[in-house]
Design a protein. Structure first.
Length: 263
């Protein structure tokens, strides 16, 4: 199976699934063949170089282990907690950005979309995926600065990337523990909600692309603080969803069968 990858955190793949944080699995070394249109790029996966090459089959094995040992939940599940894995398949807006203070090169990736929450009442909910630009596999339009009051979120993304590189796959229960400048939980949630809001305003549903993948939960916030539920997560990988072939109309299928009989 060839995956049309948009984003792949090889460090998270190693740290969270096959590395030191889970002694059941050996460390993943070598490189991963990532298809980039007509060419294939080899991405280093950390650890000691062994000369071995991790192919698409290696990624498939890692996904099977993720499903078997971590039981990813549906994105619409209720009461998601930090460190839980989720799978998603929805239309997403994709942008790169940088910290609000100063015009520096983009270093973070943001993906935003909406989904239906499960539970007694099916309601529209929001998803914000945050990652490092070093794991991006495609060229993406820049959103520029993330916006005022979002420095903490930028810091969180950078800190997660640093921890992944060091083999630390566990996210603290409270994100305020990850950055030196702690803020009240309400302010943190406000900032994440603000980022998703401007992403959604600039990229309404008709300007998003179908994508799917797996991510680890950072926080799940909603009423009564917000009108809309917002799930914030850090992705393991994101890929373009395979396009489903259009179904033939009934008359076309019957005509095709008639032509087959005549031949």
């Amino acid at each position: 199976m060839v995956r049309d990858l948009v984003y792949l955190s090889e460090q998270k793949l190693n740290a969270c699934l096959l590395g030191a944080t889970d002694p059941r699995f050996p460390s993943l070394n070598g490189s991963l063949e990532v298809p980039l249109g007509p060419v294939t790029a080899q991405v280093g996966l950390g650890g000691r170089a062994t000369g071995a090459q991790i192919t698409e089959a290696g990624l498939e094995r890692a996904i099977k282990r993720l499903v078997k040992h971590h039981a990813p939940r549906g994105l619409g599940s209720e009461n998601l907690r930090p460190n839980q894995w989720v799978h998603f398949d929805l239309d997403l807006a994709l942008k790169t950005a940088h910290e609000d203070s100063g015009a520096i090169p983009d270093d973070v990736v943001l993906l935003a979309g909406s989904f239906k929450s499960e539970g007694p009442a099916v309601v529209e909910s929001a998803l914000l995926l945050c990652g490092s630009i070093q794991h991006l596999r495609v060229q993406v339009e820049s959103a520029g600065r993330m916006g005022s009051g979002t420095s903490w979120l930028h810091g969180i993304i950078r800190e997660i990337a640093r921890r992944d590189a060091q083999g630390i796959g566990v996210i603290p229960e409270f994100l305020t523990e990850m950055t030196p400048h702690r803020r009240p939980v309400g302010k943190i949630e406000d900032a994440a909600y603000g980022v998703h809001s401007w992403m959604s305003a600039e990229h309404p549903p008709n300007r998003r692309s179908p994508m799917r993948g797996y991510a680890k939960i950072l926080m799940d916030v909603g009423p009564p603080h917000f009108i809309q539920r917002l799930v914030v997560a850090t992705p393991l990988f994101v890929e373009n969803s395979p396009q489903r072939p259009a179904r033939q109309g009934l008359w076309r299928r019957r005509a095709s069968r008639r032509r087959t009989r005549l031949t």
